[in-house]
Design a protein around this ligand. Structure first.
Ligand SMILES: [Zn+2]
Length: 424
């Protein structure tokens, strides 16, 4: 992987030099009316997640002595990039110019905000606003509805000339609801920098023109609502009854000793008590820890019996993605293989590449147990895939985990699209 990293640094340097020579930072242009109006049109970003402050460097390789340190909340304009994770900036208050790590910047009027608890309703509203802001770049579809009647969204970015499809999904396990926020932010950042951003030397526009990225941000919205707000979040009385039955079973079977409210926060299944990641056909029924509906570990009566799993399966078959990114929590580890995968060799290079971006520990693969990955790797479409387990605290993850997750995963969509375009 050394050569990939070396190549990346070269690509960054090339782009900075190219822009430096051919397209000087806007702030360096002669101070005329046109230049200043162009400057003021640049969106304002604010610094976040910086801890001790964000260092601003004169050197685009972010080396040497910082020329400024910006606290969280400081306002800047992005005048260049992001080029990989580098941004050229102008500080709003002082006019100082330099380079920073772009991952610490967020647009001041961003749509997807940092929430302690990112809800289905907030996500739906964010999707509406993203579509309004980026009508040419984002397509919004639904692929069915959950058991409790929530729409299952599929968001597609790019793909005007798509030769390849990437599928990203999050929130298949209820209590792992930090990841829907993460993938929504990833999407917004790519849309926001669609015209100015580049990754490994390729413009976002080209990356996402050749590759369509399909995001299912919340596979299991009912379970997530249940984990976030308890049984009152469910609309159907029958499903509330089902959840109560699950509790009785789990208590009697010694599967929980928690009070009901705490038990619900730990929910993984959908609102019918089926673990969606055990509801796929390959290896179905093997390795389940529950024999009837439960907060976790029950695979259902039949493969694809659950509308949420069937929806994820249908979207996968519809687009036949060559790259799939699955988000789970927790442990800061990555799964990439299963013992019966048809695509192990194909996936070695991709998983290594993704793990050079996201410094998670690589895990081995187990036997089939009806998971999405088991099914994916048994299919006819050659596919590369990695499953990230974000966070290093018990689920649901505390909000304080999010900055580190963002810093690790802010470029995952760009990296996956670059890999797809590179034809490796
Ligand atoms: Zn999970």
């Amino acid at each position: 992987m050394k050569s990939v990293r070396y190549g990346m640094r070269l690509a960054v340097l090339f782009w900075v030099l190219f822009f430096g020579v051919c397209m000087p930072l806007r702030a360096e242009e002669p101070a005329g009316e046109e230049a200043s109006s162009e400057e003021s049109a640049l969106p304002v970003c604010r610094v976040r997640f910086s801890g001790q402050g964000l260092y601003v460097y004169a050197d685009p390789l972010l080396s040497g002595v910082p020329i400024a340190v910006l606290p969280d909340g400081a306002r800047v304009q992005v005048t260049l990039g992001p080029v990989d994770t580098l941004a050229g900036i102008r500080v709003c208050d002082t006019g100082a110019e330099g380079y920073v790590d772009a991952r610490y910047l967020k647009r001041a009027d961003a749509i997807v905000e940092d929430y302690d608890i990112y809800t289905y309703e907030e996500m739906v509203e964010d999707i509406r606003q993203l579509q309004a802001r980026y009508p040419e770049l984002l397509r919004v579809d639904t692929a069915g509805a959950s058991a409790d009647g929530r729409d299952l969204y599929v968001l597609t970015m790019g793909g005007k000339n798509a030769t390849q499809h990437i599928l990203v999904h999050a929130g298949i396990h209820a209590r792992e609801y930090t990841n829907p926020l993460l993938v929504m932010e990833q999407l917004e950042q790519c849309l926001e920098y669609y015209e100015s951003g580049s990754f490994h030397g390729t413009n976002y526009r080209d990356l996402f023109s050749n590759t369509a990225v399909h995001i299912i941000p919340m596979v299991n919205p009912d379970g997530i609502a249940l984990s976030q707000f308890g049984e009152s979040a469910l609309r159907s009385p029958e499903l509330v009854e089902m959840v109560r039955i699950c509790y009785v079973y789990d208590v009697l079977a010694g599967r929980t000793d928690k009070p009901y409210e705490v038990y619900l926060t730990r929910w993984k299944a959908n609102a019918r008590g089926v673990d969606l990641n055990k509801n796929f056909p390959f290896g179905f029924g093997i390795g389940t820890s529950a024999v009837q509906p439960s907060y976790a570990g029950y695979g259902g009566l039949l493969p694809f019996s659950e509308p949420e799993a069937a929806s994820l399966g249908a979207v996968t078959l519809q687009y036949q993605p060559t790259i799939v990114i699955s988000y789970h929590s927790m442990g800061e580890v990555a799964y990439w293989d299963t013992s019966e995968s048809r695509y192990r060799e194909l996936n070695r290079g991709f998983s290594s590449y993704m793990l050079s971006m996201v410094p998670y520990r690589r895990m081995g693969g187990g036997g089939a147990s009806g998971s999405y990955l088991d099914w994916l790797y048994s299919g006819e479409t050659p596919v590369r895939s990695v499953t990230f387990e974000t966070g290093n605290a018990a689920c649901p993850l505390p909000a304080g985990q999010y900055p580190r997750i963002w810093l690790h995963h802010g470029s995952v969509l760009q990296a996956a699209a670059w890999y797809a375009c590179a034809g490796l």
